[in-house]
Design a protein. Sequence first.
Lengths: 229, 428, 276
Amino acid sequence: MIEVKDVTKKFGRKPVLKGVSFTANKGEITCLIGINGVGKTTILNAIMNLTPLNSGEILIDGERINKHSYEKIAFIPDAITMLPNMKISDAMRFMADYYQCWNQKRADEMIGFFKLNPNDRISTLSKGNTAKVNMLLGLAMDVNYILMDEPFSGIDIFSREQIADVFTSHLVEDRGVIITTHEINDIEHLIDKAVLLNEGVVLKEFNAEEIRESEGKSVIDVMREVYLK
Amino acid sequence: MLVKQFWRLISLIIVIVVVLVTYFVHTGLVVAGQFPEFIIKTVEGDESVIKNVEIYGDYYRNDQYSSPVTISNTGSFYFAEQSYFQRLESSFPRNEVSKLKEKYRGFMRGKWDYPTSYFENEKFLAYVDLQFSTRVLQTNYHQDYSLYVDVLNKSTNDSSEFKVTIPGQEGSEYFDLVDVQMTDELLKVIIKIQSYVDGGQNFAKLNVYTIDPSSKKLIGDETIGSTEEENQENVNRWHNIELLNNLNDMHEEKNLLVMKEELEESKASVDENIAQDDTASEIINRSLYIFNLDSLEMKELKVSETLKEELINANLYSDVMISDNQVYLAYLLDGKLTVLGFNLETYKEESKVSFDVQEMGVENISDVTLKNDKVYALGLYKDNLTTANVFVGDVTSGKVLYQGEIEAKNTKDNEDTYHLEMYDLIVQ
Amino acid sequence: MMRYLKLTNFELSRFFKIYLVLIGVTFVMQLLGVVFTSNKYLSAIKELLESGMTQEEALKQWGPFSFYNVTSSFWFFAPVALCAASLIIYVLFIWYRDWFGKNTFAYRLLMLPTARINVYFAKATAIFLMVLGLISLQIAFLPIESHLLQSIVPAPYLEEQGINQMISSFDSLRILYPTTFIEYLTHYGVGLMAVLVVFTGVLFERCFRWKGILLGVLFAGISLIVFFLPVIIQEFVLVQFFYPTELFFLMVLTGLIVMTGSILMSNYLLNKKIRV
């Protein structure tokens, strides 16, 4: 379980997170939703210890993040982080070099699934293929949790479909996924839990399935209620 | 696999290690082979005479590199052969102060390397440093001179440091610490003061300041000799005053040999119209005095007219030797090295021995040392054609004790062009 | 340890092409320098001989040709300056390229399952090895260049020099080529210390941006004062109190303190304050 506890964060004097708390469980897809503003990416960065917090605490399976945590949790930022002059195969070798949790078999499987050529250099890839490689580098790790930052932004429709297929496949099965997005359409049917954020505050945290069954509302219905109130 | 992955790292490290190891080994060999071995070779006489002799000079090769060097009868040691820390730590060659620094490490902290500043006997080790601060009086710079004193009591290992200002500094221009002595637990500090009188000439005086370390006060101020009056008489003539004792000797010596010289602007320089600043001078009179630090009295040595003439024309060596109630003074005249002995009670000439050093091949003498009733003379220059000689004579009997020369070992005479310049002959 | 070595190797490979180009440029330019300077000299001699001078007279006029004529030329010095400037700039760039490159590689480095200080160590090691590599290769080039010189300039006009004499004619670069091993250690130790302090300064900037520049400069200033503290004390407080050897070891100590301080501070910044 990833626990975000009362996290505040300021950029200069401007508060970005004002006491954000939520949890994300293993085996569930948790979606951080915000109409506008930053904050979502900051939360993911904070979970990965890529930005310092002003206060609050984040625990991963009860532990504060440390160097071993990076074998248990993968982060897929909104842009690829490998060097542009690397080939896809170089990037995979880099991952295999440093991470024990790297699963080459799964990586090869995804190369086939996404129809990528391992000898292509990252700098020559299309936007869609770049996003796929980015996705691959995170998903081919045998980790408990995966964080994805806006996986669908700025990508063509066919690539989106392919990436969306990933969520229903065995690639994310049994893992805890936190995904941020500002447009929910592509994945609404996939998410287990939604966290609605606005201006650095959690407005509502709810289980999508429960609310569908008990109140007959979709996630978008709840969003409409919360944001347009 | 590992090699393939790390080939950049591995090859870079191999290049660095191989090249640097080769470089340092090569450099070590070059440095070792760069400097030939020199020894003092005996030509005639007993080698044991120069056992405690060390010659100090500079070695030059092909105008490309050079190094200070010391040479003895067993071999040579170059400045460049010292370890890094030896080079940092002590002066080259090691002097008396270097030895004191090893023995009294705490006391010697922050003290300069000049043997002149020290006095040592069985009970005390004293250090005096002339210090000054500059202040501006209207438009003139004025130096305030003071004496920093530190005396170590060897038996208790206590030291007392204090500062005293030098009285009567007005009109004095330049102070020079000449010697430090101690009699009856009172410090006697000898200072040469040079002054400039407006419209007049430079004049110099030797002062002895008595300092009581127990009360930390200056209790006496005596002028040994001054040239103030003489120098005002004639514009073309002036006087100089000098102490001829071995000032590097830190041990007790109650008698100071003071020399007054009278100089005249030489006619040659006026006639030849050379640059005005470059006036040559000629010595026209020399007189010698003994100043006793106990009685603070000065008496002139009685010198016959013929001897006086010799002294005026001779090349006089400072660093006299005082032994058995006699003061010995060496000078060179017409290729002969002469040592005079004066009795310290009668102030009369008591002995005079001469050595025909020119005939013995000792030419261009760079240094003459008097020690242990012997006179040592050292040649100035050596290369693969010229030899530099070493000579030792007995000052009481006039016997030649030793003749030797500096010899290079294992040099390829035809290939190497080198030369040695000698400065000092040190008797330990 | 293995990850540190991997990272070091990785940092090396990221600069290796440019590094090889620097080495190549140095070698080629210096060889050209040998050819040009010696030809210029020989044509000057030839002119004198044609005007009726004997060999001795010509030699007297121009003096013999030695490697010093090469080392003091633009051809020799320019590539050395280029290498030095490149590596000095790269001390900063080795960090900033991870943030400002086309893809933000800093994410990748900071999320490696290893202590983040290893990234710092790897970058420092890479810089340090590249400096030592260039220094070493320059020494290795000298005999080759000297050999070429001998084949161009005929013996009577050539004054032969050993490697040490060539090096001692570098003047300003003398500090890079000490003759004793202990000096070598101290010179390059001080160099490594400077790299570590600059790295910490960069990390301050990366953590606090504009305010970080100020903090970085402050940190460097404090490091400088700490390192030179024995000298400051020797000059102003306990005047001439320390013996030279003591001063040396005190500065070794303050140097180690500065290095430790830099590493600890960087470790703290990387773990607690860094942001992508």
